[in-house]
Ligand binder design. Structure first.
Ligand code: HEM
Length: 123
């Protein structure tokens, strides 16, 4: 069975995005910012993108990630935290180790685009 189906498909990703945004907003790494960019992080766009990268859709028609995150000053610790929360949600706090490893692998490939350094992948 594919990772997407083992995750639980679109309904599970929609639920995961809700949990993720809640966890990130409560996270001191983000909560300390007076104008946290998470307030405007679009739930639908993020859901569509995750469905796409986890192979539940052949296309993603939203904005390019570099463009969407330009000027937000995201850095490695914040990206790591985002991934840690999402992997924890998907893997039931690490109980499902296989899902944790596979989901982390998928999210790792997106890192250079969110942090605006795609040359890392092209190299
Ligand atoms: C690490 C912390 C992150 C923060 C604070 C953040 C915040 C934001 C914000 C504020 C926007 C809206 C930008 C705008 O419309 O001008 C946005 C868009 C978006 N973000 Fe993030 N983001 C983060 C990480 C990520 C990651 C890791 C992914 C993908 C795995 C992601 C996927 C997206 C997508 C797909 C959009 C565009 C959605 C659309 O335009 O429909 N974000 N994000």
């Amino acid at each position: 069975m594919t990772l997407y189906l083992r995750l639980g498909g679109r309904p599970a990703i929609e639920a995961a995005v809700s949990s993720l945004l809640r966890r990130l907003r409560e996270d001191s790494l983000f909560a300390g910012q007076p104008h946290s960019p998470l307030r405007t992080c679009p739930r639908e766009g993020l859901t569509e993108f995750l469905v796409y990268i986890f192979a539940g859709s052949p296309t993603y028609e939203g904005r390019a990630l570099g463009e969407a995150h330009g000027g937000l000053f995201l850095d490695t610790p914040r990206y790591d935290r985002f991934v840690d929360h999402l992997v924890s949600i998907f893997s039931n706090d690490g109980t499902n180790a296989r899902i944790a490893i596979e989901a982390r692998y998928v999210l790792e490939r997106v890192r250079p685009f969110v942090l605006n350094s795609p040359q890392v992948i092209e190299a």
